[in-house]
Design a binder for this molecule. Structure first.
Ligand SMILES: Nc1nc2c(ncn2[C@@H]2O[C@H](COP(=O)(O)OP(=O)(O)OP(=O)(O)O)[C@@H](O)[C@H]2O)c(=O)[nH]1
Length: 338
C-alpha cells in the first residue's frame, strides 16, 4: 500500500515548510517523545515520511521535505491535497521569512483550489529565541504579509489560523491539540460531556489527553490557560514514568519486561495527587489510549466524598466515550464500504 492510499482512511495532517524550519523536530518531539535538544542532530529529510496515531479518530501526519517540488507533474499533489484535513505550514521565525510567506501563499492557492474544505494552519515556529515584544511584532508582520499575498491572489476569504510555537515549551502541543480537535467530528459531544462532568464534580478544568503524544483531544468550554495545561501534561508524564518503573500485582518479571517493551498498560491506570495550592489532580485512563486529567477544588468539603463522586461521574463519562467511539467506528466502516 502506498503512503497516500494508506492515509486515505485517516484524517490527514500535512506538515510543510522550507528546509530546516523544524518539521522533523516537531514530529519527533510531539509523536516520539524525543528530547528537544536531541533534535539538533537530526538529518535533513529527503523523502516524505508518515506518522500514524490513533485517538478517537485515526490520524496520519505526513511530513514533506522542504526541498521537494510538489508541483512537478511526476508528483501527484492533487490526490495528496484532496485527502488532507489540515495543512500545517511551519515558518522559522528566527530566519528571514519572506520566501516562506511567498511559498505558503502558492501552496494555499493550490490546496484551496483542489480541496476548499482544508484547514490552513500556520506555525510561527522557534519563537523561544525571540523576546516577548518581538514575538508579537513578528506575528503581526507575518499575518499581515500573508494577508497581502493572499489578497493579491484573490484569496482574501480563505481562513488561516496562526500559532506561536516552540519545541522547548508546551506551545507546540497546545497548537497541535487545537489543530487535531478541528478534525474530530465528535468534538462538540465531547465538549458537552466534559462540561457536564465538571459541573457535577467540583472540577476546575478537565482535559482528555492522548497519552502518548500529550495532545489534548478535547477540554471543557472554559478557556485554556497554558500553565494549567502544563501541570496536567506533566502529571501524565509522571504517572506513566512511575507506572513503568514498577511491576503490576500478579505480574512476573518476564511479563513486566514484555509489557514495558511493548509500551502496554493495563486498562485502568489511575493516579491522584494533591498540588501545593491544595488543588487535587486526578488522572484516569480511558479507552483508545486516552486519559482524563482533571483539577478538582474541594473547597473545604470532604475530599474522600468528592473523589467518590468523581469516580462515579467518570464511570458515566467513560461509558459516553465508548458510545461515541462505537458510533464513529460504525460510520467509518460504512464509509469504507461505500
Ligand atoms: N530554537 C529552536 N530550534 C528549533 C525548534 N524546532 C526545531 N529547531 C531546530 O531547527 C533545526 C532544523 O530542524 P529540522 O526538524 O531538521 O527541520 P526540517 O524542517 O525537518 O528540515 P528538512 O528536513 O531539511 O526539511 C534543528 O537544529 C532543530 O534543533 C524550536 O522550536 N526552537
Amino acid at each position: 500500500m502506498s503512503t497516500e492510499e494508506d492515509s486515505a482512511s485517516k484524517a490527514m495532517i500535512l506538515l510543510m515548510g522550507l528546509r530546516r524550519c523544524g518539521k522533523s523536530s516537531i514530529c519527533k518531539v510531539v509523536f516520539h517523545n524525543m528530547q528537544p535538544l536531541d533534535t539538533l542532530y537530526l538529518e535533513s529529510t529527503s523523502s516524505p515520511s508518515m506518522e500514524h496515531f490513533s485517538t478517537l479518530i485515526d490520524l496520519a501526519v505526513m511530513e514533506l521535505p522542504g526541498q521537494l517540488n510538489y508541483f512537478e507533474p511526476s508528483y501527484d499533489s492533487e490526490r495528496l491535497f484532496k485527502s488532507v484535513g489540515a495543512l500545517v505550514y511551519v515558518i522559522d521565525s528566527q530566519d528571514e521569512y519572506m520566501n516562506a510567506i511567498t511559498n505558503l501563499a502558492v501552496i494555499i492557492e493550490y490546496a484551496y483550489r483542489v480541496n476548499p474544505s482544508i484547514n490552513i494552519e500556520v506555525l510561527i515556529h522557534k519563537v523561544d529565541g525571540l523576546s516577548e515584544d518581538y514575538k508579537v511584532d513578528v506575528q503581526r508582520d507575518i499575518m499581515q504579509r500573508t494577508g497581502e499575498e493572499l489578497l493579491e491572489l484573490g484569496l482574501d476569504g480563505v481562513q488561516v489560523s496562526f500559532y506561536l510555537t516552540s519545541i522547548f515549551d508546551h506551545s507546540i502541543y497546545e497548537a497541535f491539540s487545537r489543530i487535531v480537535q478541528k478534525l474530530i467530528p465528535e468534538i462538540t459531544y465531547l465538549e458537552n460531556m466534559l462540561d457536564n462532568l465538571i459541573q457535577h464534580s467540583k472540577i476546575e478544568k478537565a482535559f482528555l489527553f492522548d497519552i502518548n503524544s500529550k495532545i489534548y483531544v478535547s477540554t471543557d468550554s472554559n478557556p485554556v490557560d497554558i500553565q494549567t495545561y502544563e501541570v496536567c501534561a506533566e502529571f501524565v508524564d509522571v504517572t506513566l514514568d512511575l507506572f513503568d518503573l514498577y511491576k503490576t500485582p500478579n505480574e512476573n518479571n518476564d511479563q513486566a519486561v514484555t509489557r514495558k517493551a511493548n509500551r502496554e498498560r493495563p486498562r485502568e491506570l489511575k493516579n491522584i495527587a494533591e498540588l501545593e495550592n491544595g488543588v487535587t489532580i486526578y488522572f484516569r485512563q480511558m479507552i483508545r489510549g486516552l486519559a482524563l486529567v482533571a483539577l478538582i477544588r474541594t473547597n473545604g468539603s470532604d475530599k474522600d466524598s468528592c473523589l467518590t463522586i468523581m469516580d462515579y461521574n467518570v464511570d458515566i463519562f467513560e461509558k459516553g466515550l465508548e458510545e461515541i467511539w462505537a458510533n464513529s467506528a460504525n460510520k467509518q466502516q460504512a464509509l469504507s464500504l461505500e
